[in-house]
Design a protein around this ligand. Structure first.
Ligand SMILES: Cc1cc2nc3c(=O)[nH]c(=O)nc-3n(C[C@H](O)[C@H](O)[C@H](O)COP(=O)(O)OP(=O)(O)OC[C@H]3O[C@@H](n4cnc5c(N)ncnc54)[C@H](O)[C@@H]3O)c2cc1C
Length: 443
């Protein structure tokens, strides 16, 4: 049964551009729009900026280079360089799989957002959307101050879950095209008091190495939540290692009860992983301490918007260029397989790496502006892992360097669209010129 909920709430019309979600995409969008002198509101559900890279404890940046040159530039590169500068064990020229110190990265985002003059609302969630035909009229937020209706010229959805698109009743895709299977989630965690000598001088602890302890832990009956050998990690500080390891299957971020159970299961999984590392790699992890687990479940995939253009596997394979491209991407098709496929990999029946189809050095594909905007609504843009792509390409464009690039493009396009209130009328040449002057890279 439904009830009708009617009440008067305050209306706020102060902001020209309203962005939901302060992850990499939302931060880059907010900085880009504010640098173009727009009055910007950034709404973030948690108490920190940075999304999965900070509150989610993802321990490393995916590569910034195409193995010949850096291709994620502009605001993305600024953030990356500032984050690296705070880490003594990272070299200035390092571009690929650079570790993340989440506390240092939080400060980088805070400083850049404050310098740009963005207004931030923490602990605030977008909970409802009012749409009148082809326009969003207002969005409703909830926080300690109660409910508020925010009315802007342009809205940018960087929630990672396309909450605004879904709230506006817009169509979206979910999971793979046949069964709607989504990639598994991971609950990242941090270990301190790790023995750095043995960390650096032991056999590679990664799924690529069938002899490594990740397989022993997954096969051991002592650690029932760990069922496959997914194990990535980075030294993120002195004697401190961040882990992106283990999988939680079929976590649907649209289901609050299921997602809450997954958080508790994730914390148990992190504990089991730590115990397993202590058992199988005592020289490295015997005296280590489980210092922190992520505040959020690491959701790799949820809703994907249906945009004016959907980037497909064929586009990826053909290294396609687009007349309206706003950035380029070279990351491989990093689709974490379903439980059934991972079981086959564990039994040695297949090699998961063959799914990834990485590019050769120097290769990349374009990201068209049309993959950021819906057909049906004029004053809404998407950025980050939710942009319009098929399931396999989402495995590639979901990573942080790409999200920063689409965020900057969305923020810049929002400023251009603000005058007319129509993202479909953005002058693409002007958008590309402004992005180019701000350092972006595309063909
Ligand atoms: C386990 C895991 C490991 C990964 N490993 C890597 C890696 O090694 N390297 C890499 O580069 N990338 C990695 N990624 C991918 C990458 O971290 C994310 O896909 C990327 O951060 C997505 O950016 P985003 O801005 O779209 O969303 P997010 O980073 O998810 O940020 C979304 C933000 O929106 C907020 N939010 C959500 N809903 C609302 C709402 N309704 N109202 C207000 N705020 C809201 C959230 O609190 C969050 O801060 C990984 C992802 C996962 C899950």
């Amino acid at each position: 049964m439904n009830i009708q909920f009617v009440r008067e709430i305050p209306e706020n019309t102060e902001y020209e551009i309203i962005i939901a979600g302060g992850g990499p995409a939302g931060c880059a969008a907010a900085i880009a729009a504010a640098r173009c002198r727009a009055n910007v509101l950034l709404i973030e559900a948690s108490g920190s900026l940075g999304g999965m890279g900070t509150i989610g404890l993802v321990p490393a940046w995916c590569p910034f280079s195409d193995k010949e040159k850096i291709i994620y530039r502009g605001i993305a590169l600024e953030i990356f360089n500032k984050a690296k500068a705070g880490m003594r064990h990272v070299k200035k020229e390092d571009a690929d799989w650079v570790p993340i110190d989440p506390e240092a990265l939080k400060r980088v985002y805070d400083e850049m957002i404050m310098d740009a003059g963005v207004t931030v609302l923490f602990h605030t969630q977008v909970v409802s959307v009012n749409r009148q035909g082809n326009k969003l009229d207002y969005i409703v937020t909830a926080n300690k101050g109660g409910l508020t209706a925010y009315k802007g010229n342009i809205y940018i959805d960087c929630t990672g879950d396309a909450d605004i698109f879904a709230g506006a009743g817009l169509p979206y895709d979910y999971g793979d095209e046949q069964n709607h299977d989504i990639q598994p989630s991971t609950h990242c965690f941090v270990l301190t008091n790790v023995d750095e000598y043995h960390y650096h001088n032991s056999p590679v602890l990664h799924m690529n190495n069938p002899e490594c302890a990740a397989y022993d832990i997954a096969r051991s009956e002592k650690y029932p939540l760990i069922t496959d050998a997914h194990c990535c990690h980075s030294l993120i500080g002195p004697r401190t290692v961040g882990f992106n390891a283990g999988h939680l299957w079929n976590v649907d971020s649209r289901d609050p009860i299921g997602a809450s159970k997954a958080l508790m299961q994730g914390r148990q999984l992190a504990y089991q992983y730590h115990q397993g590392l202590k058992e199988y790699l005592p020289e490295t992890y015997g005296a280590s301490y489980l210092a922190e687990t992520s505040l959020v479940t690491g959701i790799r995939e949820s809703r994907r918007i249906k945009g004016e253009y959907t980037i497909t596997y064929e586009d990826y394979k053909n290294r396609k260029a687009f007349p309206d491209e706003i950035g380029r991407n070279c990351y491989f098709l990093d689709v974490h397989q379903t439980k059934e496929e991972r079981d086959r990999i564990m039994r040695g029946e297949r090699n998961g790496e063959e799914d990834f189809e990485p590019y050769a050095p120097g290769e990349s594909h374009g990201i068209p502006y049309r993959s950021l905007i819906p057909k049906e609504v004029d004053n809404l843009i998407a950025a980050g892992r939710i942009i319009s792509s098929d399931h396999r390409v989402q495995g590639s464009i979901r990573v942080m360097p790409v999200c920063l690039v689409t965020g900057q493009a969305a923020g810049t396009a929002a400023v251009l669209a603000s005058q007319t209130g129509d993202t479909h009328k953005v002058d693409i040449m002007q958008l590309r010129r402004i992005l180019g002057e701000a350092g972006a890279y595309f063909e």
